[in-house]
Design a protein around this ligand. Structure first.
Ligand code: SAH
Length: 285
C-alpha cells in the first residue's frame, strides 16, 4: 500500500473513484489522525495471539492497524457500497474478513466461536455514534467470551458509560456497564482527527469484561427493572420515581432504603450497583 489510509487526499480520491458518498445516517466519521489507531490497539492490548472483532470498517484505517498487530480481524460493516473500495485498501492483508451486515443482527457468540475458537478475543471499534448504547448493551448482555471492549464513542457517552459509582454522571447505563464490566476512560480525540469532523469531542474507553459476576441479585431482570424505574425521572428522589413508575407504596420503598442504611430522600445516582441489587431483592419478589 502506497498511501496511508489517514491521508485525506487519498480518502477523497478513493471515494471519487469508487463513487462512495459519506452517509450521515451510518455515522460515518473516519479517523484521519495517524496516531489514533495505534493507540487504540495499545489500549486493547492487541497482539499476535489476539483475535479482534471490529464494528464499522469505513475505508479500513483501524482494520489495517489491527490486522498488523493481531492474529486475525473479523470486521462487521453495514454499508455494502464500501465493498469495492475495501478490496483495494485492504488487499495486502490475508488475516481480515469482512462481514457485510448490521452488527445488531449478528450472532456474535456464534461468530466468535466459529472464527476464533479458544483464542483471546477483544472488540475494537470507532463506533457509529447514533447506536452507541444499543451496541454496547448488546456486546455486554450477550456475555461474549471477550477480554475487553475498547471503543471510540462521543465524550459525553464515554462519561456516562464510565461514570464512577455515585457520581453526577451516573445513569441506568452506567450501572449496566458496571454490572458486566470494569470501565475505564483511555484518551480523548478532537473533532479534527476525523473526516468529516463530528460536532463533538470523542473518547476511547475500555471495558474489561467480567467473566464472573461480583454482584449477584436474586433476579437480574428485577434489578434492571428497578434501575430503569429509578432513572426514568432523573430529577426526582429514588422513592418518588420508583413509586410512580412501578406503582409501589412509598412507605415500602422508604423501609427498604432504611434496611440498607440509606436516607429516604436519596437520589438514584447516589446509590451504588450493590445497593440496587439489595433493594431489588427486598422490593421485587
Ligand atoms: N472504523 C472506521 C469507520 C468508523 S465510522 C474509522 O475509524 O475510520 C463508523 C462505521 O460504522 C462506518 O463505516 C459505518 O458505515 C459503520 N456502521 C454504521 N452502522 C452500522 C451497523 N449497524 N453495523 C455495522 N456497521 C455500521
Amino acid at each position: 500500500m502506497t498511501k496511508p489510509l489517514t491521508n485525506l487526499s487519498y480518502i477523497k480520491e478513493l471515494s471519487e473513484r469508487y463513487g462512495f458518498t459519506f452517509e450521515k445516517k451510518f455515522g460515518q466519521n473516519f479517523i484521519v489522525n495517524p496516531s489514533v489507531c495505534p493507540r487504540i490497539c495499545q489500549h486493547a492490548e492487541v497482539d499476535e495471539n489476539t483475535g479482534v472483532i471490529e464494528i464499522g470498517v469505513g475505508v479500513g484505517v483501524l482494520t489495517s492497524e489491527l490486522a498488523k498487530n493481531a492474529a486475525k480481524v473479523v470486521a462487521i460493516e453495514i454499508d455494502t457500497t464500501l465493498k469495492p473500495l475495501l478490496e483495494e485498501t485492504l488487499a495486502d492483508f490475508d488475516n481480515i474478513e469482512i462481514i457485510f451486515d448490521d452488527v445488531l443482527n449478528v450472532d456474535l457468540n456464534r461468530l466468535i466461536k466459529e472464527k476464533f475458537g479458544d483464542m483471546r478475543v477483544v472488540v475494537c471499534a470507532n463506533l457509529p455514534y447514533y447506536i452507541t448504547s444499543p451496541i454496547i448493551m448488546k456486546l455486554l448482555e450477550d456475555r461474549l467470551p471477550v477480554d475487553n471492549i475498547t471503543v471510540m464513542v462521543q465524550k459525553e457517552a464515554a462519561q456516562r458509560l464510565c461514570a464512577p459509582e455515585k457520581s453526577r454522571e451516573t445513569g441506568a447505563i452506567s450501572l449496566a456497564v458496571q454490572y458486566y464490566s470494569v470501565p475505564k476512560m483511555c484518551f480523548s480525540v478532537s473533532p479534527g482527527s476525523f473526516y468529516p469532523p463530528p460536532k463533538v469531542t470523542s473518547s476511547v474507553i475500555r471495558l474489561d469484561v467480567k467473566q464472573e459476576n461480583d454482584i449477584v441479585p436474586a433476579n437480574e431482570k428485577n434489578m434492571f427493572r428497578l434501575i430503569r424505574a429509578a432513572f426514568t425521572q432523573r430529577r426526582k428522589t429514588f422513592v418518588n420515581s420508583v413509586s410512580s413508575t412501578l406503582g409501589m407504596p412509598k412507605a415500602d420503598i422508604e423501609a427498604a432504603l432504611a434496611q440498607i442504611g440509606e436516607n429516604p430522600m436519596v437520589r438514584p445516582e447516589k446509590l451504588s450497583l450493590k445497593q440496587f441489587s439489595r433493594l431489588s431483592d427486598i422490593l421485587i419478589k
